[in-house]
Design a protein around this ligand. Structure first.
Ligand SMILES: NC(=O)c1ccc[n+]([C@@H]2O[C@H](COP(=O)([O-])OP(=O)(O)OC[C@H]3O[C@@H](n4cnc5c(N)ncnc54)[C@H](O)[C@@H]3O)[C@@H](O)[C@H]2O)c1
Length: 294
């Protein structure tokens, strides 16, 4: 059985650990905050049992759960064939992790980033083996969304790119190839543009978050609206991603001051039951007037 380490046990890292374990790999889950790993393991328990109850899991949930272990130490990466990085969207933080992984892992280990926006070439800079660093960008919630972007950095080898596409297929996901390493890649550039436009219209008092979501669902055919997607992803993550775009010189995605205020007010999305909507425990939601925070 191949070993995989997932670094960062938040919303995405936990989901990646789950789908990798579902595909039969042994997974080690690492986070600098041990409580994040505990929370993630609880979520994986809940999610695998729910999938099992719907007949959507190949192996028994307990078996899948048994393939995932918490690890307090990055050094376990020395025994892994794959490392998936899913820490905060921060170029320096990610780059430091890749330098460390590159130092400790055997040269055959493939090092993948789940970054939403930062070019892989930048994350690989300063490493000795940039050819084994690749973007493998999952969509959230990972256990449910089939799309994964596989991004070729300027120095990613053809063999690593091909192995990553095959790995994604082995997870029963659909890979799309991103052949040029640009900020935001493909899916996020398109979806961030819709979010940005919707956000600016709401902030200007022209419409409301729920009407933008309805417009995209009933008018365009999206299954979920841009504000619902943002609440699921986490508004703190959205803010970090827009800051990363700005740092990369793309002003069009620069963080809006009102988005900063929403995050400062503690409205981080579904994980705290309040974001662009307020959520009740029974799943009801009511839109929040973001202009009230101006
Ligand atoms: N949220 C989404 O929908 C989404 C979708 C695709 C990609 N992404 C990308 O995935 C990455 C993670 O996003 P997320 O939503 O899971 O964020 P998150 O805030 O839920 O989780 C990030 C985790 O990283 C951990 N972490 C921070 N520094 C660390 C370190 N030095 N070592 C180990 N762990 C560390 C944090 O403790 C936290 O648990 C980001 O790059 C984000 O842009 C997010």
């Amino acid at each position: 059985m191949e070993n995989v380490i997932v670094i960062g046990a938040g919303y995405m890292g936990g989901g990646i650990a789950q789908v990798v374990a579902q595909a039969g790999y042994r997974v080690y889950l690492y986070d600098s905050k041990p409580s994040a790993v505990d929370k993630s393991l609880d979520q994986i328990r809940w999610s695998t049992e729910k999938l099992e109850s719907k007949g959507q899991l190949k192996d028994p949930a307990k078996e899948v759960q048994g393939r995932i272990s918490a690890t307090p130490d990055l050094k376990i990466a020395t025994r892994c064939q794959w490392a998936f990085e899913a820490v905060y969207e921060d170029m320096e933080l990610k780059n430091d992790i890749f330098k460390e992984l590159d130092n400790i892992c055997p040269v055959q280990t493939i090092l993948a980033s789940n970054t939403s926006s930062i070019p892989i070439t930048k994350l690989a800079s300063g490493t000795k083996h940039p050819d084994r660093i690749v973007g493998v960008h999952f969509s959230g919630p990972v256990p449910l969304m089939p799309l994964v972007e596989v991004i070729k950095g300027d120095k990613t080898s053809d063999a690593v790119f091909k192995a990553s596409l095959d790995f994604v297929i082995a997870l029963n996901k659909y890979p799309i190839k991103v052949m040029k390493d640009i900020p935001g890649f493909v899916m996020n550039r398109v979806s961030s543009a819709a979010f940005r436009e919707g956000f600016d219209l709401v902030a200007a008092g022209i419409t409301t978050v729920d009407d933008v979501d309805m417009a995209m669902k009933w008018g365009v055919g999206w299954r979920v609206g841009p504000f619902e997607i943002a609440d699921n992803a986490g508004l703190d993550t959205y803010l970090r991603v827009s800051k990363a775009y700005k740092d990369l010189g793309d002003e069009s995605f620069a963080p809006r001051p009102l988005l900063e205020k929403i995050v400062q007010s503690g409205r981080l999305g579904r994980k705290v039951n309040k974001g662009f909507y307020d959520y009740t425990p029974d799943g009801q939601k009511t839109p929040f007037d973001i202009t009230s925070l101006r």
